[in-house]
Ligand binder design. Structure first.
Ligand code: ATP
Ligand code: MG
Length: 460
């Protein structure tokens, strides 16, 4: 359909976008802008970027990014270089040498022949003012979160990051879910850093890692003389220490039922009783919870309070497992290889064939597993180029036993699988979920495997 054409007088009245206006917008938008050409040479940065980064135009323009990235160099990494390698958009967070944390979204602009002409980076400042309050020894586990970068180019993950950034600006409670190692903790930090609360503390606790008897005092603290054996001076809890900031409750599914109701109280009234306290204490905190289990299943089993579930699930954010965003794998491999090469002062690369092979693996342990593998390969491989053989990814040939039937050999394989699942998951319920079998059959198979394991040991 044809657009109605403006009449001559309307066209004349329409103000023109002048160079002056464009420059004004360039320098005064709230985001930093960093413009790079197709060879990775810096073309321009705006004033907001200069303020965020502490670098000036003069220091950056005309210089190649690969010369400015590295340990003890201006940048810890470069989204533009990742965009140029991947030939697609990338989201990344970086620390500057001035201790700032920046979120960068890099976009390629293509020329007529499909070549990248420019990379436009839009930058957000996520800097947290360091929380310096002394944390006493037994709160060591609920420490400040350390800084790590987020790297992704997958559509799914970028929309997760976008959603997280949008809700970060509100005080909504967030529930992050996803398998172990997908980046929930990392995302929680990003939300805190990009929120108005960034100058206040981010306190985290792993509800699954702390003995049940200690969780209540960790979370809520106690008054002087609250119980025998307590510190005489009393102790602030996590909620109190996070005042004005964010509390990150990791593995929320492991919170005992009686504390689930106390937490519900905090969410509803923003107040709670310290152990041995007489007056309720009021807190202003944003709550982020994370889980790698289906909370709804636990609700059905009566192991998680339904009302708490709905209170937490105000904004559910599900992080996709790595196998559902395989295009992130080459990018992450390069990023981790770079990171560990610097850390271990070496220059090794993973062969294209190896990266391809890595892209087809299931990655049950997600990014943590990939990160660990890349570090192990960098540290243990003698060669400069690491191949699938170095990574021992060659499919294991099953050993043929001339004295055994197919059924016997398969039973042996099954035993190996069950035992390694047991090592990893520790409960029959989790084994059942991981292997896609019923819990009853997981229990039966495990019992058999363990018995024959002991039998085998006794024989040798
Ligand atoms: N997009 C990413 N880019 C770079 N590193 C990542 C990314 N996602 C995760 N990582 C790294 O992978 C590791 C695991 O991430 P994280 O601890 O956030 O996972 P998680 O979902 O909290 O796992 P768990 O359920 O076991 O606590 C960390 O070292 C983290 O820095
Ligand atoms: Mg975590």
């Amino acid at each position: 359909m044809l657009e109605p054409q403006p009449t001559r007088s309307e066209a004349a009245a329409r103000p023109e976008l002048t160079r002056e206006m464009l420059e004004m917008v360039f320098d005064h938008v709230e985001n930093g802008i960093y413009l790079v050409d197709g060879q990775g040479v810096t073309l321009a940065v705006n004033r907001t970027y200069e303020e965020m980064s502490g670098f000036t135009n003069v220091q950056l323009v005309g210089r190649r990014l690969d010369e400015m990235v590295g340990p003890d160099n201006l940048f810890s990494g470069s989204a533009s270089l990742l965009v140029l390698q991947r030939k697609g958009p990338v989201t990344a967070t970086y620390s500057t040498s001035t201790g700032r944390k920046l979120l960068v979204k890099g976009r390629p602009i293509f020329g007529d022949w499909g070549e990248i002409r420019y990379v436009i980076n839009t930058i957000w400042d996520l800097t947290v003012v360091q929380y310096s309050q002394k944390i006493d020894a037994d709160t060591a586990r609920s420490q400040m979160l350390s800084e790590e970068d987020i790297i992704t180019c997958s559509e799914k993950m970028m929309s997760v990051v976008d959603l997280a950034l949008r809700v970060a600006q509100t005080d909504s409670t967030l529930l992050l879910s996803g398998e172990s190692g997908v980046g929930k903790s990392l995302l929680a930090k990003l939300v805190h850093r990009s929120s108005e609360r960034r100058a206040k503390p981010l306190m985290q606790i792993n509800c699954g890692a702390i003995p049940e008897s200690l969780i209540e005092s960790e979370l809520f603290g106690y008054e002087p003389g609250a119980f025998t054996g307590a510190d005489r001076r009393g102790k602030p809890g996590l909620f109190e220490m996070a005042q004005g900031g964010t509390v990150f409750l990791d593995e929320i599914s492991e919170l005992p039922l009686h504390l689930q109701s106390k937490l519900l109280g905090v969410i509803q009234d923003r107040s709670f009783m310290k152990i041995g306290g007489r007056e309720p204490m009021t807190v202003d905190v944003r709550i982020i919870a994370a889980t790698n289990r289906e909370l709804m299943d636990l609700v059905r089993q009566g192991r998680f309070r339904e009302d708490l579930f709905y209170r937490l699930n105000v904004v559910p954010i599900k992080l996709p497992p790595l196998r559902e965003r395989r295009d992130d794998i080459p990018l992450l491999v390069r990023y981790f290889a770079d990171k560990f090469n610097r850390r271990h002062r070496c220059y090794k690369q993973l062969s294209d064939e190896l990266v391809q092979r890595l892209q087809s693996l299931p990655w049950q342990g997600n990014i943590r597993e990939l990160e660990n593998l890349v570090e192990r390969l960098i540290v243990t491989t003698a060669e400069e180029i690491i191949t699938p053989a170095d990574a021992q990814l060659e499919p294991q040939e099953p050993e043929l036993d001339p004295d055994a039937t197919l059924g016997e050999m398969m039973a042996r394989q099954e035993r190996t699988i069950i035992l390694s699942a047991w090592k990893k998951h520790r409960t029959t319920r989790r084994i059942a979920a991981a292997l896609g079998i019923s819990q009853a059959s997981a229990a039966r198979k495990l019992k058999r495997a363990l018995e024959s394991d002991i039998g085998a040991e006794n024989q040798s």
